[in-house]
Ligand binder design. Structure first.
Ligand code: XUL
Ligand code: CO
Length: 442
């Protein structure tokens, strides 16, 4: 990858991050992520398809309900908003190429701030998309997915596609049209819908059925527009149970699946599963991934972690090798990512205010994923875990068990067999043994 420094250099003194192995004590080097190392048929880089999230890394300055942002980004000082967007893009491509991520992801107004009118916003977007195209060409960095921010502007306080006011739905449509155009123009592999304010706070003022029907119409219209204009990539729905709405329509993977099936969207839409969203829904990350895999809709992932002691979407960088090994087992077993990848939807803490902290955060996240990939691959190659798990279901592989699983036995047959066989023998689930097996490879 070619380092792109732009007109100004923002991360001075930091060179491209290289793999130096686990003996290295250089904090600005990878200890485990070795992009060209082959794991099975693919390199680490091809397996993991890392993407940098524009919003957290180059836009979010750390503001929270108790105080303003703390990060004084040197790319945000110009007085002209378009110039600020161009400077930010220089910084973004310098960072992305130095960290060595092959992809990035954005919301429309991460790239450039929204203007006072739709017309002005479109003008700004066209300019910044042209610049992004140049930057991608010069660096080789690609777009993993684009999306539209349909949740920050106060106009969306009652929802975007699910807003009870049709005028707001039109505005959301205009924004998605522009974001799809930008994604197509930049060769994006995917387009994501995260339902920010698509949900409700109180049922007293909400017709849930109508809102969900409108959401479906909106997604169908977006799909049709994108396909007509040559978009061949995947659409992703990103489940999340709450925050900002009390009830989100895309609660978890199973809820999204039922919605996609009801409205005939399964051919075009896959899921973008996020770690911290899974845990907020009282699931594990690997559970959500498996739900998606089993329905054939695993698309992409948003990598981060929550905090065990609170119930917020803290979007911290991943550092739990055990949790990610469980996840990589599901992903590898399913054949890996096709159009998707690992997008770091994660932010440094409010009091991490040095620019180099952004490097430490991503190096840690990438190394954690690399360790998980290595461990999961070794577990699958070893095979014991898979054969033990398969073995638990062996009684369905032949005889009456097989007949039952292929729909050839009714309830009376089961009853007759139970009478004949008597009380079943107790068979241990051996969870601790399975857990230790996983630990052995980490
Ligand atoms: C919010 C979230 C978003 C989406 C993109 O929790 O995850 O950043 O990933 O809109
Ligand atoms: Co996300």
């Amino acid at each position: 990858m070619k380092i792109i420094k732009g007109n100004k250099q923002y991360f001075k003194g930091i060179r491209a991050i290289k793999y130096e192995g686990k003996e290295s004590d250089n904090p600005l080097a990878f200890k485990f992520y070795n992009p060209k190392k082959k794991i099975g048929k693919k390199t680490m880089e091809e397996h993991l398809r890392f993407a940098i999230a524009y919003w957290h890394t180059f836009c979010g300055t750390g503001g929270d309900p108790f105080g303003p942002g703390t990060k004084n980004f040197p790319w945000s000082t110009a007085t002209d908003p378009v110039q600020r967007g161009l400077d930010k893009m220089d910084a973004a491509f310098e960072f992305i190429t130095k960290i060595g991520a092959p992809y990035y992801c954005f919301h429309d107004y991460d790239l450039v701030e929204e203007g006072a009118t739709l017309k002005e916003s479109e003008k700004r977007l066209r300019k910044i998309v042209d610049y992004a195209k140049e930057k991608q060409k010069a660096s080789g960095v690609k777009l993993l997915w684009g999306t539209a921010n349909l949740f920050s502007n106060p106009r969306y306080m009652n929802g975007a596609a699910t807003n009870p006011d049709f005028n707001v739905v039109c505005y959301a449509g205009a924004q998605v049209k522009n974001a799809i155009d930008a994604t197509i123009e930049l060769g994006g592999a995917g387009y994501t819908f995260w339902g920010g304010r698509e949900g409700y706070m109180s049922l007293l003022n909400t017709n849930m059925k109508r809102e969900q029907e409108h959401l479906a119409r909106f997604l169908q219209a977006s799909r049709d527009y994108a396909r007509r204009n040559g978009f061949k990539g995947s659409f992703y729905i990103e489940p999340k149970p709450m925050e900002p709405s009390k009830h989100q329509y895309d609660f978890d993977a199973a809820t999204c699946l039922s919605f996609l099936r009801q409205f005939d969207l399964m051919d075009d839409f896959k899921l973008n599963i996020e770690v911290n969203h899974a845990t907020l829904a009282s699931h594990t990350f690997d559970h959500e991934l498996q739900v998606a895999v089993d329905a054939g809709v695993l698309g992409s992932i948003d990598a981060n972690r929550g905090d065990n002691q609170n119930g917020w979407d803290t979007d911290q960088f991943p550092n739990n090798v055990y949790e990610l090994t469980e996840a990589m087992l599901v992903i590898l077993k399913a054949g890996g990512f096709k159009t998707g990848g690992v997008n770091f939807d994660a932010k440094t803490r409010r009091n991490s205010t040095d620019l180099v902290d952004i490097f430490h955060a991503h190096i840690g996240g990438m190394d954690t994923f690399a360790r998980a990939l290595l461990a999961a691959n070794a577990i699958l190659e070893d095979g014991e875990f898979l054969s033990l798990r398969k073995g638990r279901y062996a009684s369905f592989d032949s005889g009456n068990g097989r007949k039952f699983s292929t729909g050839k036995l009714g309830l009376s047959n089961l009853s007759a067999l139970a009478h004949r066989k008597g009380e079943p023998e107790q068979i241990s689930g051996r969870q601790e043994y399975f857990e230790n097996l996983l630990n052995k490879f980490i």
